[in-house]
Design a protein around this ligand. Sequence first.
Ligand code: GTP
Ligand code: MG
Length: 200
Amino acid sequence: MKITSSKFIISKPHWKECPAPNFPEYAFIGRSNVGKSSLINTLCEKKGLAKTSSTPGKTQLINHFLINEKWYLCDLPGYGYAKVSKKSREEWSKMIKGYILNRKNLLNTFVLIDSRLKPQKIDIDFMIFLGENGVPFSIIFTKTDKLKQKELSLNVKTYEKELYKYWEELPPYFITSSEKKLGKEKILDYIENINPLFKK
Ligand code: GTP
Ligand code: MG
C-alpha cells in the first residue's frame, strides 16, 4: 500500500473525545523515546506530522492521524520514562488502558521495542496486559540502524526466547529504522491486509 494522504486530526486526553470510530485504527505504543512518532512520520513520508523529540515524554495525548481518508494511525504517549511522578504515571495508565480497552475500531496495536535493549520487564508486562485482555498486537523493533546485523539477530532471538516463556505462539514482528526508512512497506502491507476486517 502507498500512503497518498495523511493528516493530523486531533489530540485528546480521553478515548471518549477521540474521533468517531468509523474507520479501522492502528495504535503505536511503547516506551518513551522508542521512536513511535518518528515511525509514523516515516510511514507517511512526512517529517513533522507527528511531533518527535530527543527528550523522552514528547507525546502527551492521544493523537489521531487520518491516512488515505480510510484509516487512522494513533500516536500514544510512551511509558517508562523515569522522571515522571507517580501521579502522572497513574494518569498515563488510565488514559492508555482506557483507550485500548474501549476503542471499538482498534484493529491492531503495534508495540514498539528498542532493538538495542535486552527484553525489558515494562514492555513484557504491557504485552501481558494486552494478551490478558484479548487485544491483538504485533511487535516493531526500532532503531535497528544503531546495530550491526549480527547484534540485531541476536537481540531478536533473545526477545523471541523471552516471549516464549509467556506465549505458545508469537505475534508478528517487524524490523524497522526510521533513520534508514526500513520496514515501511511490510508494515503498510500488513495494515492493508487487516483493513478489510473492519466492521462498522
Ligand atoms: P515519546 O513521544 O516521548 O513517547 O517518544 P517517541 O517514542 O514518540 O520517540 P520519537 O519518535 O520522538 O523519537 C525519539 C528519539 O529517537 C528522537 O531523537 C528520534 O530522532 C530518535 N529516533 C527515532 N527513531 C529512530 C531510528 O530509527 N533510528 C535512530 N537512530 N534514531 C531514531
Ligand atoms: Mg512520541
